[in-house]
Write a protein that binds this ligand. Sequence first.
Ligand SMILES: C[S@@+](CC[C@H](N)C(=O)[O-])C[C@H]1O[C@@H](n2cnc3c(N)ncnc32)[C@H](O)[C@@H]1O
Length: 196
Amino acid sequence: MPGKAELYRTTARLLGAMDKTGLMLRYRYGDRRLLENVVLPALDRDPAVGTVLLVGCAWYTRHYPQLLPATDVITMEIDPAKAVFGGERHIVADMAHIAEHIASGSLDAVVCNGVLGWGLDEPNAIELAFSGAVNCLRPSGLLLLGWNDVPPRNAYPPSSIAAFGKLEVADIPGLRTHSLVALERNQHCYQAWRKP
Ligand SMILES: C[S@@+](CC[C@H](N)C(=O)[O-])C[C@H]1O[C@@H](n2cnc3c(N)ncnc32)[C@H](O)[C@@H]1O
């Protein structure tokens, strides 16, 4: 039986080969399409955005750095085996330890989709992760959170996380709203804030 790392390596190789033939395997759900076709491109078009951290990598996010061609993208993922789905600048780390890897005030945006409640589950780690992310943002930097407002994923919603209290609500890039349920079925919400 191949190990997980070998399985992910093979998956990444196969998907890379398929991408080159033009047969791009992607999730086609509305929440993904919104993120990939509207939100990330709008972030990339923002002249004030130079460096973005994307947290959490999977086979279906491997092309996300390409959706931000004008931006310096850093990816971060706790599972070393998933580094094959990360970008060129990839950090294997727990987001709770973000401060050990990324300089204070050095990021223009953090995109943290599907991590809160999907491995980032413990209150102390959640606070460390988001207070750390806020510290890494420059003033006016953007924090985009994607989370599922359904049990058990919503045990610690953003309203319960102290770090978000330090931020101001902002529009989601490409949309004129701070908060949106992008997929009803699993209550996948996108919400955006700015560092004052
Ligand atoms: C549901 S996937 C979401 C992937 C992607 N961000 C997206 O847009 O869907 C959750 C990923 O977050 C990673 N993850 C969970 N907890 C983490 C943490 N504390 N720090 C960094 N990555 C974490 C998991 O290993 C997994 O690959």
